[in-house]
Design a protein around this ligand. Structure first.
Ligand code: ADP
Ligand code: MG
Length: 144
């Protein structure tokens, strides 16, 4: 499924909408260039789960946990991961096969570790359609 957005607010709203349909154990692989809108989308997911805490990029922490919503949100950024066994050190299976929602930025770098039912979200710019245009492509999730 494709969602075209023309502002950060619309990308945020897309995240909120996706969040409505997430079930316990959902894993989302979120891919897009720097500045594509991954954090904006992640903030929409958190908002849609009812999480009040502000969501930021987990770049230097590898994982950030957010509670207080319908489901726990585990926000990973694996961009700087050197070897998949860093993920073992993190105990990733507890998260990927747990009851919360995992949002894995740059998850395609650890593709072989992602569960079979992973939801793939790609955010891409297309400057020919405007500076604020983004195409959000979603695979593996049926929206209500
Ligand atoms: P990333 O986390 O992918 O590096 P961010 O979400 O931090 O990207 O930043 C996206 C930037 O692009 C923000 O400054 C946001 O205001 C801007 N922007 C412009 N148009 C859009 C859009 N349609 N969707 C998301 N962000 C947009
Ligand atoms: Mg970001």
């Amino acid at each position: 499924m494709e969602i075209d957005t023309f502002s950060p607010e619309e990308t945020h709203a897309a995240g909120r909408r996706v969040a409505q349909d997430l079930e316990p154990g959902a894993v989302i692989c979120l891919v897009g260039d720097l500045g594509a809108g991954k954090t904006v989308f992640a903030q929409g997911i958190a908002d849609g789960l009812g999480i009040d805490e502000p969501v930021c990029s987990p770049t230097f922490t590898l994982i950030q946990e957010y509670g207080g919503g319908r489901l726990m949100l585990y926000h990973f950024d694996v961009y700087r991961i050197d070897e998949p066994w860093d993920m073992d050190d993190l105990g990733y299976e507890e998260y990927f096969y747990g009851d919360g929602v995992c949002l894995v930025e740059w998850g395609s770098l650890i593709e072989e570790l992602l569960p079979e039912n992973t939801i793939y979200v790609n955010i891409a710019k297309d400057n020919s359609k405007g500076f604020d245009y983004r195409r959000i492509s979603i695979r593996g999730l049926e929206l209500e």
